[in-house]
Design a protein around this ligand. Structure first.
Ligand code: MG
Length: 354
């Protein structure tokens, strides 16, 4: 495996350090302002670039066969799209591309022959479990959710959640945006939509189950009622590796489960009343069209506003619901339309907060 290109946004120190260690041909820092504060080292054979356009060029470069798309949020759309357009194998960690434009993206992948392999741990688990049967033999999939830090909070306790509380996830160490998404369960809502497009499932074939230990990463139930689960410690090394080595399994750095310590697995149904984000996920997975782009943008904006302490925790989902209800729905939007709906939804969230 040869690393051809590498990109980063704000963590320029880390980007430079990895460039020095791995010497890829291209290194892109997409945050131009941030990049301006650094002096990039002179490394033989390494070209440093800044801005968003180089990301698109990198994802389509003829020497690249696999693109690991791990930019968070809507910012990952153009480069992921261009990799799919160019027929690359895409190891997809950026769920928002499928949330925003799932129908278009899957259509494009089937036209260009691009293969999309999930890196999101739940979807990697489903993908792995699905290999126990054929596509037509799947009855339903069960996405597991840790339940986040507020799994046992009642509606009243949820009203007074602080930013600090929301940022302390019990089992997974992740970036701020996705940690807040886990606390509201919006992350699971986005994953419902992601699973719907990625695996071509009907929304009623998708269920969410609360599993606090985050050891079972998701399950597939087949027509004969056999349920196949994929397990491992909560760690992203395996899902990333599997997407990069598929269909091979090779020894790697992923941690192993320790059965000597004893393992306890709890599972319980998800509460859609306390966590209404899940209702939004099922709704958007059902109606499709422009609704995914609107929900995703509204949520990204609302989460930023929450982190800046401009809105309360519960209002993240309330604001998303209101903006989703207000939007002018279109069932088969172009990519341009989806991008314009994204801009619209962000403005609506600003108005909602004001
Ligand atoms: Mg996930």
């Amino acid at each position: 495996m040869n690393l051809f290109g590498l990109s980063g946004h704000q963590r320029v120190d880390s980007l430079i350090q990895q460039a020095e260690e791995y010497r890829p041909s291209v290194v892109v820092c997409s945050d131009q302002e941030r990049a301006g504060q650094y002096r990039f080292p002179e490394l033989a054979g390494v070209r440093f670039q800044t801005g968003n356009q180089p990301l698109v060029e990198l994802a389509q470069h003829p020497e690249v066969d696999t693109v690991l798309a791990a930019i968070v949020g809507r910012a990952g759309l153009e480069s992921t799209w261009s990799a799919i357009e160019a027929g690359k194998t895409v190891a997809l960690a950026n769920k928002e591309t499928l949330v925003m434009a799932g129908s278009r993206v899957m259509q494009m992948a089937s036209q260009t022959g691009a293969r999309i392999l999930p890196v999101d741990s739940e979807h990697s688990a489903i993908f792995q479990a699905m290999q126990s049967g054929r596509a037509g033999e799947v009855r339903r999939v069960l996405l597991t959710a840790s339940g986040g830090p507020f799994r046992d909070f009642d509606s009243e306790q949820l009203q007074s959640v602080t930013v600090e509380q929301a940022l302390s996830h019990p089992t997974w160490k992740m970036g701020k945006k996705i940690t807040v998404d886990s606390a509201t369960m919006m992350n699971k809502a986005l994953e419902i939509i992601e699973a719907r497009w990625l695996f071509g499932l009907e929304p009623d074939q998708i269920d969410v189950i609360i599993h606090p230990q985050s050891i079972v990463h998701s399950l597939v139930e087949f027509k004969d009622s056999s349920v196949v689960a994929q397990m491992g410690p909560p760690d992203m090394k395996l899902p990333i590796q599997y997407a990069l080595t598929y269909p091979e399994r090779v020894a790697g750095p992923a941690p192993r489960l320790n059965f000597q310590e004893g393992i306890c697995l709890e599972m319980e149904p998800a509460d859609l009343d306390r966590f209404p984000a899940l209702q939004l996920g099922f709704e958007v997975a059902t109606v499709g069209g422009t609704s995914g782009a609107v929900l995703n943008a509204a949520n990204e904006s609302a989460v930023s506003a929450f982190l800046e302490k401009k809105i309360s925790f519960c209002n993240i989902v309330t604001a998303c619901r209101d903006v989703l209800n207000q939007h002018e729905f279109e069932s088969d939007p172009s990519l341009e339309k989806l991008v314009s709906m994204d801009v619209w939804a962000r403005k609506e969230i600003s108005k909602w907060i004001a």
